[in-house]
Design a protein around this ligand. Structure first.
Ligand SMILES: CC(C)(COP(=O)(O)OP(=O)(O)OC[C@H]1O[C@@H](n2cnc3c(N)ncnc32)[C@H](O)[C@@H]1OP(=O)(O)O)[C@@H](O)C(=O)NCCC(=O)NCCS
Length: 199
């Protein structure tokens, strides 16, 4: 499957390497090994866990789609899009949404604008994976984020996510904001350039 192109999000500054989202398939052996080695800072594990746990969990559930965040050819981050039962606790119409979870960049890759750019490409990835709403795809990407997680809140805001105004209390994670972003309904731009056409 094609990678989601950074042009799906805000334009990168001149000279910056492209940030892409790569949906992980069973054949991505080397990339999977690279992603599993990525760790957020130790104090951030409560915010996102690490791919060492969340990739096998995603592999075991067909409703979850794991993806790598690539900068150039290098894996720097990880996330999961989940259309499973957890959504019902977060949104009123779970069948129209997809949950972004377990999203993080390796500690050394943070603070360079890559998290914001990766988050901005997530709605286009959802469109690529599940298709438009008319084909059963999601209309919204939804996520929960700790109210004290300043870096994530700023990254998501810069990526176009907005607050629903709802706050939740999550077991062991404290109060969380619920944020959403619309899934584009046009065919996604991919790393190969032009929008793909159905044959
Ligand atoms: C959340 C995360 C993905 C953001 O990625 P990032 O690459 O570090 O963030 P960016 O460099 O794109 O910065 C985004 C914004 O956050 C700000 N920011 C970055 N680190 C910050 C920090 N430690 N404190 C305050 N603000 C910070 C940046 O200044 C920027 O703000 P601006 O757009 O208003 O200038 C990353 O920090 C991370 O992996 N955190 C650990 C796991 C986590 O919290 N995941 C989210 C769970 S919901």
């Amino acid at each position: 499957m094609d990678d989601v192109d950074p042009s799906a999000g805000p334009s990168p500054e001149a000279g910056e390497p492209p940030v892409r989202l790569h949906p992980l398939t069973a054949g991505d052996v080397d990339l999977r090994a690279a992603v599993v080695a990525l760790e957020p800072a130790p104090h951030q594990l409560a915010d996102s866990a690490s791919a060492r746990q969340t990739l096998p969990a995603a592999d075991a559930d067909p409703r979850r789609a794991p993806f790598a965040v690539l900068v150039g050819q290098e894996a720097v981050g990880f996330g999961v899009l989940d259309r499973g039962d957890l959504l019902a606790a977060v949104v009123d119409e779970p069948e129209r949404a997809v949950l972004l979870r377990g999203f993080y960049l390796a500690g050394a890759a943070q603070g360079r604008g890559w998290g914001r750019r990766a988050a901005a490409a997530v709605p286009a990835l959802a469109r690529q994976l599940w298709g438009p709403v008319t084909a059963g795809g999601p209309a919204l990407v939804v996520l929960t984020v700790g109210t004290a997680n300043t870096a994530a809140l700023r990254a998501y805001a810069g990526a176009g996510f907005v607050s629903t105004g709802v706050q939740q209390l999550s077991d062991g994670h404290g109060p969380q904001h619920v944020l959403v972003a619309a899934v584009p309904q046009d065919p996604p731009r991919t790393s190969r350039g032009a929008p793909r056409r159905r044959r």
